[in-house]
Each structure stands twice: as C-alpha cells, then as structure tokens.
Design a protein around this ligand. Sequence first.
Ligand SMILES: [Zn+2]
Length: 300
Amino acid sequence: MNSEDTIQASDFLPLVQPPRKDENSDSLCFAFRNRKLLLIYDEGGYRLPFLSEVEGLDFSGIRTQYLGELRDTSCYSMELDSSKCPDEIVSGDPFKSSSTDVCSISEKICFAGLRELHGILEENLSALAGKAVHVMEWDKNTIYCGRCGSETYLKEKERAKHCQECGFTVFPKISPAIIVLIEKEDKLLLARSPHFPKGRYSIIAGFVEPGESIEQAVVREVMEEVGINIKNVKYFGSQPWPFPDSLMIGFTAEHAEGDIQIDGVEIEDAGWYTKDEIPNIPGTHSISGQLIQHFISRHS
Ligand SMILES: [Zn+2]
C-alpha cells in the first residue's frame, strides 16, 4: 500500500464481454442481497459460491454482471431478489463474533457485510467483492438514462451504458476521497466522527469537491474539520472503498500552524496522541489503519 513498496499487478483481469466456455466450467459468483455477500459453508469454513450453485437457489438473481477473469476463472456479480430470500434465522453468529452485519438463512448459507470479509475470504477475493458490489449497484442504478429516461444498453467494449435515444453514455461512478495522517513531533492527530462505532478514532478524511485537486482537498478538509494548517503533504497510497463508491487516496502531512478547533458536526472530538496513547482505531485492512500503523512503526 505504501508508495515505497513494490506495486504488484493484480491477478484479476477486468473484462466486459463474458467468454464462451463449456457449460461445465465453474465461474465464481459474488451474489448480493442488498449489499451483503452470499457465502456458502463448506468443509469447516465459508467460501464464495459458484455461479451454477447460485442459479440453483430458489431466490434467483434479478440481474447478473460479468466482471472479468481471476486466473482463468470467470467472475460474476449478481443482484438477488431480496423479497424472495428466506427470512434470517436467529442462531449463533456464523463468524463466531458479535457482529451484527452477518446473518445466516440456513446451515449452509449466510450473508455477510463487506466489512466482515477480512479473514474469511482470501484477500484478493475480499477486494473483488468491493468491485462486485460497485458494478452490481451501478447496473441497478443505470437501467434508464439519467438524461431522458429511455432504456440504456451495455456497451460491448467498455464498462459503460449508452442511451440510443439521446446519445448519453454513463460510466461507473467513482467518488474520490482523501485521507490524511497528520503528525506533530511524536504525535498524530486522531479524530472522532459521530458516525463511528463507540470509542473509535481515526484520521481525517473527506470527499474531493468538483473542480478541486486532491492536494487542495487535503488542505481544505483538514482546515474545515480540525482548523489547522498542514505542510509537507505526501502521497502514501490508495484503496478502493465501496461504501458506496469511493476511492480513498491516502497522504501523510505535518502540522504547520494552528490549534485544533473541531467543527462539532463532522467531528465531535480530536486530539494529538503519541503511539502509546492511541485509542480504538481501524484495522490495517483499511488504508486508515495502514497510515496509523505507518506512524507507529516510524516511532518505534
Ligand atoms: Zn437518454
């Protein structure tokens, strides 16, 4: 993730047109009820279903999208008909935690929120689930042209939809957001949004405005949320963040001047913390956790 690391090519090849394969070849299916991923219990753990398995279920898909090839395995996303899904059964949490974002509907099938997949699926499949939900929702939201209301058609050679009536073309929407680790001597700035889980702190983040560079967004968001000026803004890395369609762009920066003044709306508490004082923070599967870990390792 850190820009100093070697960047490896993904072993996933995004494609738009599904290949012609013999009917017995297995394709992976990222099937969603609302935004929760269908997983199948098998041999002591949960795994992704094959497309043929999902097609055999009673609650079939409304729409299916071809995503591309993962090491020669075709990958699809699917929007399930939530009105036909069985009710959730109340039983022990299938991931053996107190999470409220996982539910089982039978002994073999559960639905898990995207934040619950870390440690359950392989890292590359967990990342692909983010792409899958993004494409699935884009497909659902662009059935009709946003300009004239006519039906749209998927283009053949790129992930885009075209309206034959008015000529409008719509691509998947990606919303860039910045996230920044701010240091002041041996301390980092951590802040708390009212939307966070109880006790959770993180670093400053916010969406890029139209017409703004990402560097300008970093400086503006920090000033708006905690009222300080920063310097030495440096790129750190990025991470797709499908909640619902962001790309998080990470930076490190140093405090330049000013005392913390919270806005009281987006931020309800903020302060400077040494590495030994750090409270409850996000895990390192998120770029916020990786940036905080980057600070901890540099001060150890
Ligand atoms: Zn149109």
